[in-house]
Design a protein around this ligand. Structure first.
Ligand code: ADP
Ligand code: MG
Length: 468
């Protein structure tokens, strides 16, 4: 087996044990440069990848290598950018970039580090038109395994605009911290390089501006404005789905920025592949850079986030109450923060102690209220928007997968959230038989914990139903 074959076999094994996003991010453009006396030298495209491969994936790599060749004892990584620029990708050579503090949580730093460069006063005013909100920073972002990769990538980008990863694409469910991270990049750049032109905008607003500019015959100005950015951040890009004209203009803006090595950062609630009616040329642009995901935080992380938010607000809540909130609100962080705010506000307003008993009462009521308020039409709305289908599609006959899957999910949600009888579900969805609804429910129920995509979908839909 030559080096190339050996590495291919190793990658084949690693691909099975880590997430797709991680795999693509860290193992793209790597190769074995040398195999000598049990020491394997791996060429990686940049310092960032070196850190991660050596520190985090070392064990996986070594294990895979040893299973193929027991003589192999050790690995080391060296930066070999010239090896790596051969493919589509845009990963360029960056000097070693500081990776996030390893593993565990990074607690909120209560005291800002003093800054020693003349241009960076501790609070650089943020120019209004950037749309940045100074509330979102890397400092108050809790790092845990569900988001460390995304956080590290965002941080790297903020330190090397246009040079680290371009474009950077972050995806994950609602309320998991995408906007927070995207905004942190902008705020970090304002702090370190206030002369840079930065724009944060979500794709819906971008579309509105574009439409207005066309109406007012100012499209050239619009384009010119965006094309002179050093950092363009487009949040929630999934909303460009189906908007051909916007996608077309965005494509041109994207290209001209990209060619000038200007940084583009994008977020979405799903990976590029899963955005319906996204033009292929945009999709492949998005896929050409770095894609990382944020997943749901585990209990420990949720507690850490709550602790940090409580102290940010200058409130105190006992550990049992924090744990109760974190255990009961697991889907997303916005929801978690909302629940915490509710507890704080209620206790302060009624002048009652913030203890477990009161927390339980307040939260139970919150959960109950949320449950009651959703209607069948809300479910239709959420399903049609998320899957980009129409209500008629869901109702009419036909078994195309693009439609039958949303329909089955709709059936599942009707049953699960509203306890709608199967016969009614069948009627609502085009006069189908109750057994059809029952089968759909059972199918989704059976797969919902094992199929990660489905699991994410359900969590996002549920989130949108109750909290948007
Ligand atoms: P998204 O854009 O993914 O829907 P947001 O970035 O708006 O989510 O996050 C929702 C809320 O949760 C925000 O108030 C954000 O500050 C907070 N949040 C999310 N992740 C974290 C984290 N890791 N540490 C601290 N706060 C977080
Ligand atoms: Mg957001």
């Amino acid at each position: 087996m030559n080096n190339e074959e050996l590495w291919k076999a190793v990658l084949g094994q690693i691909e099975l044990s880590i997430s797709k996003a991680n795999f693509v991010t860290w193992f793209k453009n790597t190769s074995i440069l040398e195999n000598q006396n049990g020491l394997i030298t791996i060429g990686v495209p940049n310092g960032f990848a070196k850190e991660w491969l050596e520190n985090k994936y070392n064990i996986y790599i070594l294990k895979a290598l040893k299973s193929l060749d027991p003589n192999i004892q050790e690995i080391r990584c060296i930066i070999a950018p010239e090896k790596s620029v051969s493919t589509i990708d845009s990963i360029k050579n960056v000097d070693a970039i500081k990776p996030p503090e390893n593993g565990g949580f990074v607690r909120k730093k209560l005291i800002e580090k003093p800054s020693f460069t003349s241009s960076t006063a501790t609070s650089t005013p943020i120019p209004h038109e950037t749309n940045l909100n100074s509330r979102y920073t890397f400092e108050n972002f809790i790092v845990a395994e569900n988001n460390e990769l995304a956080r590290a990538a965002c941080y790297a980008v903020s330190q090397n605009l246009g040079l680290a990863y371009n474009p950077l694409f972050i995806y994950g469910g609602v309320g998991l911290g995408k906007t927070h991270l995207l905004q942190s990049i902008g705020n970090e750049v304002v702090k370190n390089a206030p002369e840079k032109r930065i724009k944060y905008i979500n794709s819906e607003r971008f579309t509105t501006e574009l439409v207005d500019s066309i109406k007012n015959q100012k499209i050239d100005k619009f384009k010119e404005y965006y094309q002179q950015m050093d950092l363009l951040i487009i949040d929630d890009v999934q909303f460009l789905s189906g908007r051909e004209k916007t996608q077309n203009e965005f494509f041109h803006i994207f290209n001209s920025l990209y060619q000038l090595d200007k940084q583009i950062v994008i977020s979405s609630d799903r990976p590029p592949k899963a955005i319906p009616t996204l033009e292929d040329r945009l999709r492949s642009r998005f896929e050409g850079g770095m894609i990382t995901d944020i997943s749901r935080p585990n209990l420990e992380t949720r507690i850490a986030i709550l602790e940090s938010k409580v102290s940010e607000k200058g409130f105190s809540l006992d550990p049992a109450s924090l744990k109760y909130i974190a255990e009961n609100i697991s889907q997303n962080i916005r929801e978690l923060e909302g629940a915490l705010n509710r507890v704080i506000a209620f206790c302060e307003f009624h002048k009652i102690p913030a203890n477990l008993e009161n927390t339980q009462k307040i939260l139970d009521q919150l959960i109950e209220n949320n449950k009651k308020s959703i209607q069948i039409d809300d479910i239709f709305n959420v399903i049609t928007t998320f899957y980009d289908v129409t209500k008629e599609d869901l109702i009419k006959k036909g078994r195309k997968k693009e439609i039958s899957h949303p329909r089955q999910v709709m059936m599942y949600i009707l049953r699960n959230e509203l306890q709608t009888p199967f016969s009614t579900i069948g009627e609502l969805l085009g006069g189908r038989d109750h057994t059809t609804a029952l089968h759909a429910f059972e199918k989704i129920e059976k797969n919902k914990d094992t199929h990660s995509r489905l699991k994410e979908e359900l969590a996002t839909l549920r989130e949108r139903l109750y909290y948007n």
